[in-house]
Design a protein around this ligand. Structure first.
Ligand SMILES: [Zn+2]
Ligand SMILES: [Zn+2]
Length: 213
């Protein structure tokens, strides 16, 4: 099995967790032994999030999607944004808030759960009024946390440990864009994302009756 960052290997990772006896959970209750809390910070692409959610639904997994209200890459208030929220929920996911410090825009679209985007240490682990901060106890413990940030696992791809049931429980943070677009490095993957996003925006221009001749 090759530990690449692809939707194919994401599926294998989920199946490894199921083989290891893990069950899926969210941030509404404290983590119990044997749970896998799948967390996705959606920084760039709702389309990547929906494609990843389809893989999860296909294998019987579900997760919590952290969506931004202040992204420069997507607009949750657009038709596409509303459709993505509806689809993520329809596929069994939960929708929470990926907030940009110091703004918390929790409204009826979101479960009361917050993950800060690129947090500084000063506020990363501070409580958020009226919501769960995913980087606070009992949901966060460095020993039971793994992240794919910048397309690098600091402790290796966790699929083997999941298959062996080696984690008492785990919060696993992944970024859909890394898995939905091809590239051996973060730089390559980001360029693949930008190329696809450019094509998608050309379609939006056409739909907006812009003459592209
Ligand atoms: Zn792997
Ligand atoms: Zn982020």
């Amino acid at each position: 099995m090759s530990c690449d960052f692809s939707l194919g290997h994401y599926r294998e990772l989920l199946e490894a967790a199921q083989a290891g006896g893990y069950r899926f959970a969210g941030f509404d209750t404290p983590p119990e032994p044997g749970v896998l809390i799948l967390r996705h910070d959606v920084d760039l692409s709702l389309d990547a999030a929906v494609r990843m959610a389809e893989v999860e639904a296909d294998v019987g997994a579900w997760s919590t999607w952290f969506l931004m209200t202040r992204s420069v890459f997507y607009n949750l208030d657009s038709k596409e944004g509303e459709a993505a929220i509806a689809r993520l929920r329809e596929l069994g996911g939960r929708v929470a808030h990926h907030a940009v410090w110091p703004q918390v825009d929790l409204d009826e679209r979101f479960d009361p759960v917050v993950a800060w985007h690129n947090p500084d240490p000063e506020y990363m682990t501070a409580p958020v009024e009226g919501a769960v901060n995913v980087m606070t106890a009992p949901w966060f413990d460095p020993a039971t946390y793994r992240s794919d940030s910048n397309q690098r696992w600091r402790h290796g791809c966790p699929h083997d440990e999941l298959a062996q049931g080696a984690f008492p429980w785990l919060q696993l943070l992944t970024h859909p864009e890394i898995w939905a677009y091809d590239g051996a490095t973060m730089g390559e993957t980001m360029r693949a994302f930008l190329a696809a996003d450019g094509e998608a925006r050309l379609e939006l221009l056409r739909a907006d009756r812009i003459d592209l001749s």
